[in-house]
Design a protein. Structure first.
Length: 68
């Protein structure tokens, strides 16, 4: 599995962000995100443009300082 695909799966399925929050931060429609989170569409078939946006958001979240 590619790193980008794993990052996207982490963002969509493991993060505390909702599809609404991801949509607002990336510009990707909530309906598009929902198709992936409901597994109606395969992440491997996602457009490159959307994959790069989601990966970029995942990277920003990973680099954000924690409140610990």
């Amino acid at each position: 599995m590619s790193d980008i695909k794993k990052n996207i799966e982490d963002l969509l399925f493991e993060s505390e962000l909702t599809n609404y929050q991801i949509s607002k931060r990336t510009g990707i429609a909530q309906t598009t995100l929902s198709r992936f989170t409901r597994k109606e569409s395969d992440i491997e078939n996602m457009s490159l443009k959307n994959a790069l946006k989601l990966n970029e958001l995942w990277e920003k979240i990973r680099q954000a300082p924690t409140d610990e």
